[in-house]
Design a protein around this ligand. Structure first.
Ligand code: ZN
Length: 44
C-alpha cells in the first residue's frame, strides 16, 4: 500500500484507502476508495 508523506484520510468515513490513479500527479485529485469523498490533491 502506497502511503502519502502527509496524512490524508477521509473525513467522511475515516478510511485511509485512497483511490490513487497510476499516473498520479501533484494536481491529481484524490478520492476515498470507500465512499468516493474528495479528500484533496496528491501534493497540496
Ligand atoms: Zn470515505
Amino acid at each position: 500500500m502506497e502511503r502519502l508523506n502527509h496524512k490524508l484520510d477521509c473525513k467522511a468515513c475515516g478510511t485511509i484507502y485512497l483511490d490513487i490513479p497510476d499516473d498520479v500527479r501533484n494536481v491529481t485529485p484524490i478520492h476515498c476508495s470507500s465512499c468516493g469523498q474528495f479528500i484533496g490533491y496528491w501534493a497540496s
